[in-house]
Design a protein. Structure first.
Length: 105
């Protein structure tokens, strides 16, 4: 699992039948700032994840990839490699809170 930020959405009108009705979001993985360690920074890459929770652009989310992405009841029969499995409210490290959803709004 990893932290990502929803940076956009994607529309695909032609796809396999099992994917019909599933929301597709563009996400960018984030990591703890390697130099300061007091904030989250983007990795500069992005990919598509199925969203079963109703996230929106700007939300920080928890994503899982690979075969684990197909272990939720909503995704067990889907041909996917990434799924949003949580909406992040807060991230804290030893030095304190480095992300709080309430302060980002």
């Amino acid at each position: 699992m990893f932290i990502a930020k929803v940076v956009g959405s994607m529309v695909s009108t032609q796809k396999v039948a099992t994917m019909t009705g599933h929301k597709l979001m563009m996400v960018e993985p984030y990591r703890v700032d390697p130099q300061k360690g007091d904030s989250l920074v983007g990795t500069g890459r992005s990919f598509v994840a199925v969203d079963t929770l109703g996230s929106g652009v700007g939300d920080m989310v928890l994503v899982t990839q690979g075969s684990s992405a197909r272990l939720t009841p909503e995704t067990k029969s889907l041909p996917i490699d990434a799924v949003v499995i949580g909406l992040i409210d807060q991230v804290s490290l030893a030095q304190g809170c480095i992300y709080d959803r309430k302060s980002e709004q």
